[in-house]
Write a protein that binds this ligand. Sequence first.
Ligand SMILES: [Zn+2]
Length: 391
Amino acid sequence: LWITIEAAELSSLERGSDANDWSRSAQAVAQRGGLAIARILESGLESLAAAHHRAYRRCGGFMTHSTRAEAEQAVDAFLNPARRPGPRVDYTIDNGSVVAGILGHVKTGNIYTTIAQLSSFPNRRYNQPSGVDAANWLKTLWSSYGVGRSDVSVALYPHAGWIQPSVVLTIQGATLPNEVVVLGGHLDSINSGGSTLAAPGADDDASGIASLTEVLRAALSAGYRPARTVKVMAYAAEEVGLRGSKEIAQAHRTAGANVVGVMQLDMTNYKASTEDIGMITDNTDPALTQFTKDLLNEYLGYTYANAACGYACSDHAAWFQQSYPSTMPFEGVYPQYNHQIHSANDTLAQSGNNATHAAKFTRLGVTFLAEVAKGTLSPSLATEFAARQAR
Ligand SMILES: [Zn+2]
């Protein structure tokens, strides 16, 4: 495989001594504009992720590619952001009644329960059976929200290179089905100490998945029918180089899909800063990032500040690389965030055993959904949803 990573970071990473050590298999082959391209054996990926985490204590940090050409393209995309197409739709705020209707259905307790359930798997590693179990569990949960809706479907998205699938829920757009709005987070977790250790990943990133899951449940509970097609995604294999989101974003580009906005939620439940939300400024679209702030100002009043998170810190970078506009609101103003991630201590206890902070991201996700995908609320669909839940 091939990786792209900040050249200074690659050269600074410590070398280990075990047989799977990344440095035994990695060979830097090119360097441009501060980024390095290196060739690496798949067996070295987790060791690289661990060494990167020990040095930089952050999520992500590199991207994994199957060919050198893909790696070169990733560097090109990173170095030439001015060449990328801008947003293809105007982002406007004029769907307040739908926003309010969905917000009325948001329940913080549901977010807590989803985080607790996801973090109760021994791990959600991309290459372990429990990582597959977690995907199947999430597919079942999301499917239960879509019962009775012919416009809602849920599917596992298989990846050829590893066993954990991504999970994708689609709500077919009622009037603009060819324009796609994506809300995503990563399903997998990791423990930098070794592949047999517990990796609860409560904050990284059960919290993001749980925030999105409640956006979805609240929207369907309110009888929401989007104008544009909505896809909610739980990506596999983020922790080993954004591999799941990269394949999915690439497939959308290959198919010529018109993705008009991507929101990434990776770590939402640890209040790390005075401000409620850190707005990530690198590998994101300036117009969509500004629109996210406009949504906060208009509807929620949460405070925010800008911050960069470094090369390939989460799945938004995979969409950005394919020239799709992305935004990433984050739990703190980088580098203020939960530093217990990638360890057995990434539990709900670190967040005071509640989901108060994550609920802010659910509400922000609701405003994003209703204003970017637009659409209406159907009282009869809401009544049917309530009747099914009561049964
Ligand atoms: Zn993460």
